[in-house]
Each structure stands twice: as structure tokens, then as C-alpha cells.
Design a binder for this molecule. Structure first.
Ligand SMILES: [Mn+2]
Length: 315
């Protein structure tokens, strides 16, 4: 359900700052560009970095953006693709926030803020598109390909799409989006450090077979999510990959196959459970989730693996 139409329109009449989550991805950036070209007086800002796919679509679209948000914003702040304030900090001081997200977890926001949360949607871009229709704003041609690219990205090129993602993609195409142009926005050069991280991750990989579910674990210095994603592509049911630095900060990325999802694996929930004794932060979806905090990456990976095994065994 969308919030009150009039109130939403009023919020969007003010100057808008679109805040991207940490390490902003294609769904986040594509959604931002979609809003940027359709609603007047928008400015886009990173909160803490952007990933290579996000950066590539931003550069190809030629949209200017801030590296860090201002301390104060006179107008409305739009938060995209996360429902947690910690995932897009530091946030500027502002009267009004509109949060648009499709993740499972929503953090605490102010009483005056508007939360548009649809955890059943496969991308934030789909919510953005439906919201633009809802507020009866004519969508800009420039918004179409970035929104379609964002749907491609978050559905794994429609591998994880549902009926609604396909329906919206088709509507966007009817309005003039071109699938091949959207794909071009997604093509990016894979940098050498990323390729090496992937190769190292695979080289160090360990795997076990638990009641016909293959669980893979590994560690790298960076690109944990990419390694986990490729484990699934190779045939694993669950991929768990960590990285840690000298300061003792650990980052964990997990992915699972459709079979694992259907078998009852919910990675967002599993990480949340494990985190109750770890004390970091978690976020994500049923089939793709991450975790951050201070501690021992190997021990944490083992805990997550054991929790998966426990669920597979139905205990
Ligand atoms: Mn997303």
C-alpha cells in the first residue's frame, strides 16, 4: 500500500535529496536516476561509496552526484533501497524523509517520515515505477532504461523475477525502454582486482554436502558478494564468504539457490539469528544477505554454516 497520495505529492514538491545506501548497487542507482529525471529539483548523493556496477550506470547516464551528503537539507530526503538508517548514514538533518525499499528489515524512522516498503517486490526500481504512476507524474524517457536496468540487476537478469517484475518490465518497455540499451547500462569492465578476488575465493573454497544441499565457504579481501554469487552459479546451494581486515572488522556475504529457498532457507533470518550472539548488523533478502561487525570471520562463517545445516536437517 502506498501512503496518502496528497501527502506524498506535497513531500515531492520540495527540493529533493536522493540518498543512496552504502556501496550503492545498480538497483539503488537506477532507481535514483529514475526519480531524478522524472521529479523536478533532485540531487543525488552517495552515503558511503558505490560499487562498480552502480558507478558504471551512473557514469553512462551522465548524472552528477555528491560524494557525501550535506549536513543539512532544506526539503525532502529520499532514501532508496534500504530501510535502515545505519545503512545510509550519515543522513543530513531534514524535516522529512521518504524511504523506498524492498528489503525485509525496516529500522526506526521519525514519526513524520513516510515509509514505502514492499518486501515482496524484486527490486526498488519496481516500487519507484509504481510510485511515479501512483502520484500521476508523467515519467521521463530518461528514467526508463535505468529503471529497467535496475530490475535486470536485482532479479539476476529475470532469473529471480516474479509475475509482477515481468509485468512492470513490460510496462516500462511499452513506454519506450529498450532492453538492449538497458543491458548496455549493465555491461561493465571487470577490473583485475575483482577477477583475482574471484579466483582466490574459488581457490580457497571448501564445501560440504548436507542432505543433497551443497554448502560452500571461502574468504577474500574484497568482493565477498561476487564470490558467493558465483558459488551458486557453479552449482552450490548455499555460499558463505567472509572478508576481514586488520582492525578486526568482518564482512560476510551469503547467497542461496532457488532449491535452498524452497527448502526453507531464509538467509536474512539466519544471519539475524546468528547475529544475536555476534552483535553486528545484518540485512538482505531470503536468498541474498550480508552481515558486518567486529570479530573472527572464520568462526562467524562456521556459525552461519551450522545454522544452515540445522535448518536443512529440520531441527
Ligand atoms: Mn535492491
Amino acid at each position: 500500500m502506498f501512503p496518502n497520495k496528497q501527502k506524498l505529492k506535497e513531500a515531492f514538491e520540495k527540493r529533493k535529496l536522493i540518498i543512496l545506501h552504502h556501496n550503492a548497487d545498480v538497483d539503488c542507482v537506477g532507481s535514483a536516476i529514475g526519480i531524478y529525471h522524472t521529479l523536478k529539483e533532485c540531487q543525488i548523493s552517495l552515503s558511503n561509496g558505490i560499487n562498480s556496477g552502480g558507478k558504471s550506470i551512473m557514469e553512462k547516464s551522465g548524472v552528477e552526484y555528491l560524494q557525501t551528503p550535506p549536513e543539512k537539507w532544506d526539503g525532502t530526503v529520499i532514501v532508496l533501497d534500504t530501510g535502515e538508517p545505519e545503512r545510509c548514514a550519515p543522513l543530513p538533518k531534514a524535516e522529512k524523509f521518504v524511504i523506498i525499499d524492498h528489503h525485509q528489515k525496516i529500522g526506526s524512522w521519525g514519526a513524520n517520515d513516510t515509509i514505502i516498503s514492499f518486501p515482496d517486490k524484486t527490486s526498488t526500481a519496481e516500487i519507484v515505477f509504481e510510485m511515479i504512476k501512483y502520484i500521476e507524474e508523467p515519467i521521463s524517457d530518461l528514467s526508463l532504461n535505468p529503471l529497467l536496468a535496475a530490475i535486470y540487476a536485482d532479479t539476476g537478469s529475470f532469473r529471480y523475477a516474479n509475475e509482477n517484475s515481468l509485468k512492470i518490465a513490460s510496462e516500462i518497455c511499452n513506454l519506450g525502454a529498450e532492453p538492449q540499451k538497458a543491458m548496455e547500462l549493465l555491461n561493465r569492465e571487470v577490473k583485475e582486482d575483482e577477477r583475482i578476488a574471484l579466483l582466490k575465493g574459488m581457490q580457497r573454497m571448501k564445501w560440504t554436502n548436507e542432505r543433497k544441499y551443497v554448502i560452500c565457504t571461502s574468504f577474500v579481501n574484497a568482493y565477498t558478494s561476487n564470490v558467493a554469487k558465483n558459488m551458486i552459479r557453479m552449482g552450490a546451494d548455499i555460499g558463505i564468504v567472509f572478508s576481514e581486515n586488520k582492525k578486526g572488522e568482518v564482512q560476510l556475504s551469503t547467497r542461496c539457490s532457488l532449491k535452498a529457498k524452497e527448502g526453507g532457507i531464509n538467509l536474512a533470518k539466519i544471519l539475524k539469528n546468528v547475529n544475536s550472539s555476534f552483535g553486528g548488523s545484518t540485512g538482505g533478502h531470503i536468498g541474498a544477505a550480508g552481515m558486518k561487525g567486529m570479530g573472527d570471520g572464520e568462526a562467524l562463517t562456521e556459525m552461519v554454516k551450522q545454522e544452515c545445516v540445522r535448518i536443512i536437517k529440520g531441527k
